[in-house]
Write a protein that binds this ligand. Structure first.
Ligand SMILES: *Cc1c(COP(=O)(O)O)cnc(C)c1O
Length: 449
């Protein structure tokens, strides 16, 4: 094997030359077990050496097809040209001053770009942070400061992070919350329109779920007490649930009518992933605040809250920030990632990925009744696995299928409240041949299941 650089020049070919994980990965895994806290898990203990395009190469020389993008992060591909160019130049100039000490242009430029690419043509402002959870926490701080109210409403199957407040906002106990309480108060959870599992059927789902959610907010919390409603326009960790059409607009309208800040958590669904810059555009929703992270900076840690200028300005000077928030190298990387999304029209690429994947997955669903549902938009697609002839979740088959894909050199991730969803989040720059090859591997894994 000749060593090559990662990034766009990495050969775009799957190659399995050892067992997966191979001997070098296993050696590193032993060191890891001794040195790294057990609470930090990994989907697949294959240690990375290089990555680029649709390929992740490990230390044993295996080249895996990447259907994960490091959880929807490297949408522009690993080490994308513009990200490396801009971040490297910034690394050479300065690495950190702290924006709260001595500001720099890159931070301002990222906020200007966010104002352009996020939905709505109202005056917008942004604040930058390090992680998605931190962005969500700050959106809540800003909404509370603006409304002078305390309650926060979130939804069944929602995921918003692992810090104390965002654990409270997150729905699923294991593994995110179990044993880590007590959780922050004034958080209320209401139903979401999950079409596949709505008891009276998908056609009634949007209206019934919206009515139920609004009734619970009104009766149990009191609309006047609610600072923010926080929702993922496509729910990520909950299982790639697309709320039934009509649900989000009703919730957004309820928020507007009651002076509640409507926060779209687009940390997973944003930045071209679903075939539009942001998933909430699909139903023409203009959120008051939008949280972003993951895909924003091609793999460097950056997150943002963007929203209506009057809301964003509600917090007092000095009330928002953090030592590293909007780090200059991460900002340069974000500008490179956004440039790449524009120039390579990655929103259209995401739609094309959906057009390739969805019919093939639907055909598999016809053949294999373990697939209960195929859903998602653009390059955020999933299959929900069930026990034959029922809707009973089938996490065992999901784990087995993921494992079978891994051993053939296809990196896939599982998700979902019931652990029974296989999700596909390829880099948006993946070649169509690799995409189809990945689907071939999935199909033969289904055959042997
Ligand atoms: C990943 C994620 C978060 C948390 O982001 P981190 O960077 O891991 O803190 C929050 N919300 C959604 C929707 C996410 O997918």
């Amino acid at each position: 094997m000749t060593a090559t650089a990662g990034g766009p020049s990495l050969p775009q070919e799957r190659r399995v030359v050892t067992a997966i994980p191979g001997p070098k990965s296993q050696e590193l895994q032993a060191r890891r077990t001794a040195a790294v806290a057990a609470g930090v898990g990994s989907v697949l203990p294959v240690f990375a050496a290089r990555a680029g395009g649709g390929i992740l190469e490990d230390v044993d020389g295996n080249a895996l097809i990447d259907f994960g993008s490091g959880i929807a992060v490297t949408s522009v591909g690993n080490s994308a040209e513009a990200v490396v160019r801009r971040a490297s130049a910034q690394l050479a100039d300065f690495t950190h001053t702290c924006f709260m000490v001595a500001p720099y242009e890159g931070y301002v430029e990222v906020c200007e770009e966010l104002a352009k690419v996020t939905p709505g043509d109202h005056a917008k402002k942004s604040a930058l942070f390090n992680s998605g959870a931190e962005a969500v926490e700050n959106a809540v701080k800003i909404a509370r400061s603006y409304t002078k109210r305390q309650a926060v409403v979130v939804f069944d199957h929602g995921y918003h992070g692992r810090t104390n407040l965002t654990m409270a906002l997150t729905s699923k106990n294991m593994p995110y919350k179990n044993g880590f309480g007590p959780f922050a108060p004034e958080v209320y959870r209401v139903p979401v329109a999950y079409p596949y599992r709505w008891l009276t059927g998908p056609e009634n789902c949007a209206d019934e779920a919206a009515a139920e959610a609004i009734d619970q907010i009104s009766k149990q919390v009191g609309a006047d007490n609610v600072a923010a409603i926080v929702i993922e326009p496509v729910l990520g960790e909950g299982g790639f649930i697309e709320p039934a059409k009509g649900f989000l607009p009703q919730i957004a309208k309820f928020a507007k009518d009651n002076g509640i800040v409507f926060v779209a958590d687009e940390i997973q669904s944003g930045f071209c992933r679903t075939g539009q810059w942001f998933a909430c555009e699909d139903e023409g929703i203009v959120p008051d605040l939008i949280t972003t992270a993951k895909g924003i900076a091609g793999g460097l840690p950056l997150a943002a809250v963007t929203g209506r200028a009057e809301i964003m300005d509600a917090a007092h000077s000095g009330g928002l920030g953090g030592t590293y928030g909007g780090n200059p190298v991460a900002c340069a990387a974000a500008l490179g990632a956004i440039e790449t999304m524009r120039e390579q029209k990655l929103d259209a690429r995401a739609r094309r990925i959906g057009e390739v994947m969805t019919p093939r997955l639907k055909a598999m669903q016809e053949k294999y009744d373990v697939i209960g549902d195929v859903r998602g938009r653009g390059a955020m697609i999933a299959i929900e696995l069930v026990k034959s002839g029922s809707k009973e979740p089938n996490p065992e088959a999901t784990a087995a299928l993921a494992k079978a894909c891994h051993s053939e050199g296809l990196l896939v991730l599982t998700t979902g409240t019931y652990g029974n969803v296989l999700r596909f989040l390829p880099p948006l720059v993946i070649g169509e041949d690799l995409l189809n090859e990945g689907l071939d591997i999935l199909e033969s894994a289904l055959t042997t299941l």
